[in-house]
Design a protein around this ligand. Sequence first.
Ligand code: SAM
Length: 354
Amino acid sequence: MSGMPLTQETPRVNDTFGRPLRSLRLSVTDRCNLRCKYCMPEEEYTWLPRETLLSFEEMSILTGFFTELGVDKVRLTGGEPLLRKDLPTLMRMLLLNPRITNLALTTNGILLAEQAQAFYDAGLHRVTVSLDTLRPERFKALTRRDTHAKVLEGIDAVARVGFKGLKLDTVAIRGFNDDELVDLIEYGKRVNAEVRFIEYMDVGGATNWSMDKVLSRAAMLQLLSQHYGRIEQIVEDSSAPAQRFLLPDGTTFGIIPSTTTPFCSTCDRSRLTADGMWYLCLYAKDGIDLRQPLRDGASPEAITSLIKSVWQGRRDRGAEERKALERLGLREEKLIEIERLRQDPHLEMHARGG
Ligand code: SAM
């Protein structure tokens, strides 16, 4: 697939802090069919030019270079990935690469009911659906779209077609859904899904972010223990962003505490945008253009060695640097301004896939 022979052993390529290159988030489109206030507060955006978008073949080739260097987890994301036509074709192409042992998808679920069977048949391993509220009117106020029922239909379809290990990702926002944490966990039990609460992050696109809207990991645990009693943290040796917890009845859930307790030290993730820009951190201002060398006919070896040397020089610890601004009282001041986002859509969360 990459055009390079598979070696017996996958080399481990580590960055300057010893973090391996393991996990790639592959954004297939920057378009989205929701306008969540924490991610896409505007109605109109500057979209990536169509001719710059990678074809499925280009995505598979570039992904192949990453897997030669140790990537084995690939997550399809966006924008809303299901807006890209024929996604099962991409899934099949990627899964021809035996180095990909974990192919996952993150979606808002709206188009999932109609596509879940095709994804399952294509061999997709795991699905995560973003679900911030169980209340249709809240969903409408948050997303400015009236499609909550479609999301729930999508979630039902995941188990029906045979997927195991469904995850539901909830951005926990103080004053918005902090009264729904228990309801979401109970809903997760009913649909056989593990719920993961994400702290509201001050990433590009989150122009309405403020610290007082962040429901911290500690606050979430306190709210949940008031209802469930003793909550135990599960000790795991994992680079996954979620810390996992156990309720007295055996139910598990996760918290992704990116804002108050950044986990940069174990971050093995990087992101490829739909137009082939590679970002080493969710907060990085600049990316590395991989589309141009590919389209200019650079050899597989040349592109692989570019990726390798860039990763070896990686020093990014964006979430920790954001956190450090707090002490200076600058965290809210230093959000990326809308004008700057308009000039470079790559800075947006919806372009680099969350
Ligand atoms: N459209 C897909 C979805 O909804 O899952 C994939 C892309 S979306 C950008 C990926 C994830 O990022 C979603 O779970 C979304 O809720 C999350 N997200 C977006 N903005 C965020 C923010 N400011 N803080 C925390 N999570 C955010």
